[in-house]
Ligand binder design. Structure first.
Ligand SMILES: [Fe+2]
Length: 189
């Protein structure tokens, strides 16, 4: 049987039912991370950037935002089982947790598998050929670069961004955020 989420066409903007589902994903992520506020805040920031990129890039908003909420969900299990939050352990430990959460929320099988695929690859460049994966990739980078680029020169930042960002909108947003004089405006297309 199709879930409620699968019954909706893939619209650029989530429908009211899809928004309810996404709010439930967010609540599950917050409850799973519990007192680990840093992880919750990171997921919420990534989600905000993903929402912004969705206004420029044609992609499934439910898949994109569900993946954004859950992309780092394996980090606690990675630390507990392997003593490390390294990307490869997160990729290994994240999908089972994401599947459990989404199954509890009665998500459709297709959505669960696509989210699990993104979670399983979110530290591997170009691993999934989809706009949803690319949006998650760039949204995660936009959050992580806010800390990582502080000591770099504009020239170095330009090089790093061009190597790392995989969507035009993501690159433009990153340049406007991290370069003193990017020549870009944030709302420019
Ligand atoms: Fe992340």
């Amino acid at each position: 049987m199709k879930s409620l989420v699968d019954m909706f066409d893939l619209l650029v903007k989530p429908s009211p039912a899809q928004k309810l589902f996404l709010a439930a994903v967010r609540a599950s992520m917050e409850s799973y991370f519990g007192a680990d506020r840093r992880r919750v805040d990171h997921a919420l920031q990534v989600c905000r950037y993903a929402e912004e990129l969705l206004t420029y890039i044609d992609a499934d908003p439910v898949l994109t935002l569900t993946a954004a909420y859950l992309h780092d969900i394996g980090i606690h299990e990675a630390e507990r089982k392997h003593g490390s939050s390294a990307g490869n352990w997160q990729e290994l430990e994240g999908p089972p947790v994401a599947r459990t959460i989404l199954t509890q929320l009665a998500a459709g099988d297709e959505l669960i598998e696509k989210v699990a695929e993104i979670v399983a690859n979110h530290h591997t460049p170009g691993a999934v050929d989809s706009p949803e994966f690319r949006i998650l990739w760039d949204a995660d980078a936009l959050v992580n670069f806010a800390e990582g680029l502080a000591s770099k020169t504009d020239g170095q930042i330009e090089t790093i961004l061009h190597r790392h960002m995989v969507t035009e909108a993501g690159l433009r947003l990153a340049r406007s955020r991290f370069l003193a004089d990017s020549g870009d405006t944030e709302d420019g297309r």
